[in-house]
Design a protein around this ligand. Structure first.
Ligand code: NAD
Ligand code: 6OH
Length: 484
């Protein structure tokens, strides 16, 4: 049986306890994972602290950036291993891991390596009212030891999205990947070693949240900042846990994202874009649209076309090239999604397609699949319209005016992403600017430029990462004022 270990101070280390890593496609155990105890988390934090005062702390920005480019090369060199590990852990289709997760992970290192080399900071020539003059300028310093806690849906992509800028800014990290998807974080340690990232700069501790590595890390007095991606209620628990030590936090949390489809859109483009926005990664992307608002005159045509798309998705073994819909991550998560399928019916939904579990007649019946599902007919107050489900499911509702669409889209405690589908450019701008979210796409979805601000409002998060926003979060700025 494969074993997945912690990575502390440049060494792969076992612990006293192990837990099973399960393949969501058929429920089989694919590896045993070492669970880090308090001692090992202490060791990882100490290793990171020591690394800051060692070679890593003395490296200039150019050399740091060069090594991060080598990490990207190391990911590319192990491309197939990363793809296989991600597919086995998550059940996502191999085509998706090869197109999205792994290429984006090396891109994360390349972009932040380049950005830190180019990054400038403010300076001000100062004149005070009492006639003195000074020069003010800021310098960037690492935060120190950064705790990185990540979810299971895009494991390597989301981990490197935080690790790359943290290292670019000169920090050392202790990462706690999701217990559901431990493999690629440990594999990344090999790329770190090859790239000459000194021991202790990148540490991995495996385990769970409460009473395990996640909690040990967030509560650790030696951790200077915490960056977290995951559920909103986990964000709240982490915030509580770290309140007494007053650390900076960056939170990328859940969503209940809306899409607004106007009658003047290119219908084919909108249907195909929304099929991705609803079903990509089996709906397990924080940016996925679970609420789709469609102008009444094209409502029936849109629903019919989206149903057709949903029914032609190829649900199957994740390792097969032709598969474009895999299982959900776990039995527990499938129970949650199925409980919303039941609730939708109780709340009075019309089932356009799906709403159940596919039958294969082979080992996939022990996996965690659900059907791609579309509902209509729910009131806006329904729990299925208000709560994040995180599965391949959406509710489609009609609207009659732009104002009504905006009001419905914004009627949520979340505020991560929206997509707007229209061929009227002015309307696209106007509606985009009315959205209470961190990210709005017009005539596209999940089209990323890593220099742009990324994050959410309300229950969807605190702060922004991406581009200079990441550099600013992962740095302390020291402003220096020189009397002239
Ligand atoms: P989760 O919150 O259950 O777990 C995320 C991580 O937090 C895991 O590593 C987990 O072990 C750890 N954790 C759990 N409890 C903890 C605690 N008390 N202290 C410290 N660590 C703890 O999230 P998930 O189920 O893995 O991921 C799905 C959720 O993540 C969805 O809500 C989704 O919307 C959200 N998400 C958001 C973004 C974004 O960018 N906004 C991106 C991806 C996923
Ligand atoms: C959430 O599941 C997806 C998040 C995506 C990013 O953080 C990104 O940088 O594209």
């Amino acid at each position: 049986m494969k074993s997945i270990q912690n990575y502390i101070a440049g060494q792969f280390v076992r612990g006293k306890r192990e837990f099973a890593d399960v393949n969501p496609a058929d429920g089989t155990v694919i590896a045993q994972v070492t669970e880090a105890d308090q001692d090992q988390v202490d060791q990882a934090v100490l290793a990171a602290r020591n690394a800051l005062s060692g070679e890593w702390g003395r490296l200039g920005v150019r050399e740091r950036a060069a090594r991060l480019h080598k990490v990207a090369e190391g990911i590319e060199k192990r491309f197939d291993c990363f793809v296989q590990a991600e597919v086995a852990d998550t059940g996502k289709p191999v085509s998706l891991a090869a197109k999205l997760d792994v290429p984006r992970s090396s891109a994360n290192f390349r972009v932040f390596a380049d950005m830190i080399k180019m990054a400038g900071l403010e300076s001000f020539q100062t004149e005070t009212p009492d006639g003195r003059s000074a020069l003010n300028y800021a310098v960037r310093k690492p935060l120190g030891v950064v705790g990185v806690i990540t979810p299971w849906n895009l494991p390597l992509l989301l981990l490197t999205w935080k690790v790359a800028p943290a290292l670019a800014c000169g920090n050392a990290v202790v990462v706690k990947p999701s217990e559901e998807t431990p493999a690629t974080a440990t594999l990344l340690a090999e790329a770190m070693q090859d790239a000459g990232i000194p021991a202790g700069v990148y540490n991995v501790v495996h385990g769970f949240g409460p009473g395990s590595a996640g909690e040990f890390l967030t509560q650790h007095p030696g951790v200077d900042a915490v960056t977290f991606t995951g559920e909103s209620r986990t964000g709240a628990a982490i915030m509580k846990a770290i309140a007494s030590t007053v650390k900076p936090v960056s939170f990328e949390l859940g969503g209940k994202n809306a899409a607004i489809v106007f009658a003047d859109c290119d219908l084919e483009e909108a249907v195909s874009g929304l099929s991705e926005a609803v079903f990509l990664n089996t709906g397990q992307v924080c940016l996925c649209a679970e609420r789709v608002y469609v102008e009444r005159s094209i409502f029936d045509a849109f629903v019919g076309a989206l149903k057709k798309k949903a029914e032609t998705l190829r649900i199957g073994w994740p390792v097969k090239e032709e598969t474009n819909l895999g299982p959900l991550i776990s039995a527990q998560h499938r129970d949650k999604v199925l409980s919303y399928f039941r609730l939708a019916r109780e709340e009075g939904a019309t089932v356009i397609t799906g709403g159940g579990v596919p039958e294969f007649g082979d080992n996939r019946d022990q996996g965690f699949y659900v059907q791609p599902t579309i509902y209509t007919g729910l009131p806006e107050s329904a729990r299925c319209v208000k709560e994040e489900i995180f599965g391949p499911v959406c509710h489609v509702a009609p609207f009659d005016s732009e104002d009504e669409a905006i009001a419905m889209a914004n009627d949520t405690k979340y505020g991560l992403a929206t997509s707007i589908w229209t061929s009227d450019l002015k309307r696209g701008h106007r509606v985009a600017q009315a959205m209470n979210v961190g990210i709005t796409w017009v005539n596209c979805w999940f089209l990323r430029d890593l220099r742009t601000p990324f994050g959410g409002v309300g229950l969807s998060g605190i702060g922004r990462e991406g581009g200079v926003h990441s550099l600013n979060f992962y740095s302390e700025l020291n402003n220096i004022c020189i009397r002239l």
